[in-house]
Design a protein around this ligand. Structure first.
Ligand code: 4AD
Ligand code: MG
Length: 450
């Protein structure tokens, strides 16, 4: 027997059945009609199709059933597929029969405007709306593009653990939990350290999973649980790392342009901006970026204790915040990599630049249109003594990092990697205002439900 997977036709494949009688399984998105004509917009997850009931052609009961349909009722509608260039997907269905699975009453999300808190409370239903539906399909395409890119370029997927005994990206933003008799465990902030170990076994790997940051940030770019893909490559230096990051991002954006035209149109996204995302991207060192900020009078604004504000030139050594990143990106219509940040503001595992020990061989990729940082990465410290000194300097527990230090004892090699935030990337490509819209069930400081 054919499985339902192959046997039932979805709306996105209606073009294969023009002139035929088919059955669509879905939910009622909207209904209109008067007199002898009823229109049902049916959605099935793959698309929306307008179904038309014409009273004189139908048994009384079928027409009445169609008239009784309400928003989000579940139905199977049978009818003949007709080409209709003016219809949303290009086809309409002339109804011949209907099977009602359930009549939904008082669906809470109506076509009128709702406040964001209400929508977030109803996230489990909000996902059905056209805009959310389009964003989720873009998210799925971004993940597929990422996996295709790495799988097609000689990388192996190596999952890192989520329960970890120690911090990776600094101790201040860890979620902790009790772990039996072994003390505290922490939800992973990054799979990188384990990716380094698997890269020494498999050469080129990527780890792809959820990561957790107990950050108190309430910005439009921060989640407490987000997905990150982290490639790690043996024998790659910082330049190789930046080249790979550019290739990956170009591939993702171009893949979405190719496969998500309809979704991008639903969102009203200006795709001419995305079309420009072609290599080479822009690159500048942190020092050049500081010079640029000061030459262009982009002041560092600081709040004083008495509530007043003071403005200064941007001092070398301070980390960039959103205002600096936005100012730098205003001049660019494709991403820019900023490299060689002050070592003091970056993570303990980053290698210092042998040509200037004050800077780390680090890089961040900033995306245009106010999207901000989508990638953070670096060449890793590969010298045992230097890394051990960094562990001590940051007051990290040496014991917990013994296995990580081992990688520098047994066949240490130059190696590099980076992390790309899936939600930051989807937010940029879809043009969503807020990161909470680009993950099915966002986790933020003030939200864990639904
Ligand atoms: O810059 P981050 O913290 O780098 C790391 O975690 C490294 N261990 C990665 C590596 O080298 N393997 O995070 C990487 C990316 C950021 O550029 C951003 O896209 C995303 O992860 N990200 C967040 N996304 C959503 N919410 C948050 N709170 C995020 N924090 C980081
Ligand atoms: Mg970062």
């Amino acid at each position: 027997m054919a499985s339902r997977y192959t046997s039932y036709l979805t709306i996105e494949r209606l073009g294969t059945a023009v002139g035929q009688e088919v059955t669509l399984n879905g939910w009622v998105y909207d209904t209109t009609g008067k007199g002898k004509l009823q229109f049902v917009k049916l959605r099935d997850g793959s698309g929306i199709c307008q179904c038309v009931a014409f009273k004189p052609n139908l048994p009384e009961e079928v027409f009445e059933n169609i008239r009784s349909l309400t928003q989000e009722s579940s139905v199977s509608i049978t009818g003949t597929v007709r080409e209709e260039p003016r219809a949303p997907g290009g086809y309409e269905l002339d109804i011949t029969g209907v099977k009602i699975h359930q009549i939904a009453s008082d669906y809470p999300i109506t076509p009128k405007e709702h406040g964001i808190e209400f929508l977030m409370e109803h996230r489990h239903l909000w996902l059905r709306s056209a805009r959310q539906h389009a964003i989720m399909r873009i998210r799925s395409a971004v993940v597929k593009a990422i996996r295709d890119f790495f799988d097609g370029n000689g990388f192996r997927l190596m999952d890192s653990p989520i329960l970890t005994p120690n911090a990776c990206e600094g101790t201040s933003t860890l979620f902790e939990t009790e772990y039996f008799d072994l003390g505290k465990a922490y939800l992973s902030q990054s799979g990188q350290l384990y990716a380094e170990a698997t890269a020494m076994a498999l050469g080129r790997v990527y780890t792809f999973g959820p990561t957790f940051r107990a950050e108190k940030s309430k910005t439009r770019r921060h989640l407490t649980e987000f997905w990150m893909v982290e490639p790690e490559m043996a024998y790659f230096d910082l330049n190789d790392d930046m080249d790979l990051a550019e290739d990956l991002v170009e591939y993702i954006v171009q893949y979405c342009l190719k496969t998500c035209q309809q979704e991008l149109a639903t969102l009203g996204r200006d795709i001419s901006k995305l079309e420009k995302v072609r290599r080479p991207f822009h690159r500048m060192s942190y020092s050049e970026a500081v010079e640029w900020l000061n030459k262009n009078n982009v002041k560092l604004i600081k709040k004083n204790a008495d509530g007043t504000e003071s403005q200064t030139d941007f001092p070398w050594g301070e980390d960039f915040g959103a205002p600096q990143e936005e100012a730098i990106m205003e001049q660019f219509d494709k991403p820019c990599i900023i490299h060689r940040y002050p070592a003091e503001v970056k993570a303990f595992y980053m290698k210092r630049d042998p040509e200037n020990m004050k800077v780390a061989l680090a890089m961040d990729m900033l995306a245009p249109e106010g999207a901000g940082e989508i990638i953070g990465g670096s060449q890793r410290e590969d010298n045992y003594d230097v890394l051990l000194e960094r562990v001590h300097h940051e007051n990290l527990p040496e014991e917990a990092f013994q296995w990580y230090l081992d990688l520098r004892k047994f066949g240490s090699v130059p190696h590099s990697g980076f992390g790309l935030g899936v939600e930051r990337t989807v937010k940029w490509i879809s043009g969503a205002e807020h990161i909470r819209e680009v993950i099915p069930f966002p986790r933020m400081i003030y939200r864990i439900v639904p």
